[in-house]
Write a protein that binds this ligand. Structure first.
Ligand SMILES: Nc1ncnc2c1ncn2[C@@H]1O[C@H](COP(=O)(O)OP(=O)(O)O)[C@@H](O)[C@H]1O
Ligand SMILES: N[C@@H](CC(=O)OP(=O)(O)O)C(=O)O
Length: 440
């Protein structure tokens, strides 16, 4: 079996014709790069809107029978410019006109997921023509079951449909086939998952994830100026970091690679000479006790207080059952003797908050129940922290010096992640304080 590489190019790597040219040079630079996955064109500058967001706006307007010409024209211009600048023969204008017609005259037959998926679909069509590669639709490769899990059959389909080892394939990221034959997208940033699933399906020797930074940095470069790069990070560490907000890699893209020990290499399309970050199975010793810091906003804390709670058998289980009954998943649940806090996603809570609180009051008879919105979670991650004395003290001291009130503390049993909950307004300050304490 020949060694093959799956390479995924994110929105920033396909934002315009000159980025397509860089992609071509990269793909042609290593003959093992046989499967190319693309996102929809991203921002050409920080002020621009991602094409995926323009598609969401277009759908929103079209479905309300409002004028969608402004975002739609921006979408069309992006594709037409790329096709023109690269002298492509594809009649992309015809595809766009057909889509526009559907939006105007048959909007009831168009779903959000279908329209938004066209961002990746059209980009992949252009890329396939530009690279002289075979286009394969991800709808024909990746299938979801009723609970939106990727079906095991998908991996067999991928192996079979992409079996020609001499062929270069281009596949759109971000979507697949839903359980009712509809187009179904992943969550935002999901092209990373598409690439990982294909890497698993074809037993790739490496999954390359090409973006606009030279690998994973110790924290978000939009928060700390020039954070130190990470040359190696374990699957477990990256999962904690990406789940907690390190948006460079979608957290659900780790499992498909981890299952087959396929290393993930994060690389920079604008600096292909940089080695980037390798993500692999084993922990490695690093210069610092921590590997990275990440933060995510948008959480709420449900706080429940009841005297003698610890003696009430099944209290925690029944509270969680109430959440389950409303289809609400929870992130973490630090508890005391007479109190319990449950951290949930604010947006998901909003839809069911009234029902959840009513159920808790009626079924659990608490002394007090209150929702605190506006919480962010900051994760400090690293194998180097395990069994090391003083790490937590240093971290809390750094936050205290900045007068940041800690709302939640959770050191997972894995010991490779210390999570703190702070007010959203303090998230960036907290990340900078922790970075300065451990790295500077
Ligand atoms: N720890 C981190 N290391 C590197 N980049 C990070 C980190 N946290 C957040 N980012 C951001 O992730 C961005 C890359 O992800 P994304 O915008 O999804 O790229 P793409 O369009 O290539 O998929 C970087 O430009 C950077 O701003
Ligand atoms: N285009 C989709 C999927 C994706 O993965 O994009 P990117 O690779 O640019 O993060 C999104 O914006 O969510």
């Amino acid at each position: 079996m020949a060694d093959r590489i799956v390479c995924k190019f994110g929105g920033s790597s396909v934002a315009e014709a000159k980025q397509f040219q860089k992609v071509k040079a990269i793909v042609e630079g290593d003959k093992r790069r046989k499967i190319v996955v693309v996102s929809a064109p991203g921002k050409r500058n920080p002020k621009e809107t991602k094409l995926t967001d323009l598609l969401y706006t277009t759908y929103d307007l079209a479905s309300k029978h409002l004028d969608f010409s402004t975002p739609w024209k921006m979408i069309c211009d992006r594709y037409l410019d790329i096709a023109k600048d690269l002298n492509l023969a594809t009649k992309i204008g015809d595809d766009l006109a057909a889509l526009e017609n559907k939006l105007k005259n048959e909007i009831d037959t168009v779903t959000t997921d279908f329209l938004v998926s066209r961002g990746e679909y059209l980009c992949a069509r252009l890329m396939a023509e530009y690279l002289g590669a075979q286009f394969v639709d991800s709808y024909d490769l990746i299938a979801f079951d009723e609970r939106y899990r990727i079906t095991p059959k998908s991996y067999e389909t991928i192996a079979q449909k992409l079996s020609d080892e001499n062929q270069l394939f281009v596949v759109p990221g971000f979507y697949g086939e839903g359980p009712r034959k509809q187009v179904k997208t992943f969550s935002r940033g999901g092209s990373d998952i598409s690439g990982a699933v294909l890497a698993n399906g074809i037993n790739a020797i490496v999954y390359e994830n090409w973006t606009d930074v030279s690998g994973m940095l110790m924290t978000d470069p939009r928060i700390v100026e020039n954070p130190k790069p990470i040359s190696y990070v374990s699957y477990r560490e990256i999962r904690e970091l990406s789940y907690s907000g390190a948006s460079v890699l979608h957290d659900e893209s780790i499992a498909p690679c981890r299952a087959k020990n396929i290393p993930i290499n994060i690389r920079n399309t604008n600096r292909p000479e940089d080695a980037g970050t390798i993500i692999g199975p084993t922990p490695e010793t690093t210069d610092y006790p921590i590997t990275g810091i990440a933060g995510r906003k948008g959480f709420s804390m449900i706080y429940i207080e009841k005297s003698m709670m610890n003696k009430e058998v099944g209290f925690g289980r029944r509270i969680l059952a109430i959440l389950e009954g409303e289809g609400l998943s929870y992130e973490l649940s630090p508890s005391g003797i007479d109190s319990m806090s449950i951290v949930v996603d604010t947006k998901s809570l909003e839809a069911v908050q009234e029902a959840v609180l009513e159920d808790i009051l009626l079924q659990m008879h608490p002394d007090r129940v209150k929702v605190f919105p506006g919480i962010s979670l900051v994760a400090t991650v690293g194998h180097g922290m395990t069994n090391k004395v003083g790490i937590a003290a240093k971290l809390f001291n750094a936050l205290a010096e900045k007068e940041i009130n800690i709302r939640i503390i959770d050191q997972g049993s894995s010991q490779i992640n210390i999570l703190v909950g702070v007010d959203e307004a303090n998230m960036e300050i907290a990340i900078r304080a922790i970075y300065d304490a451990f790295v500077k």
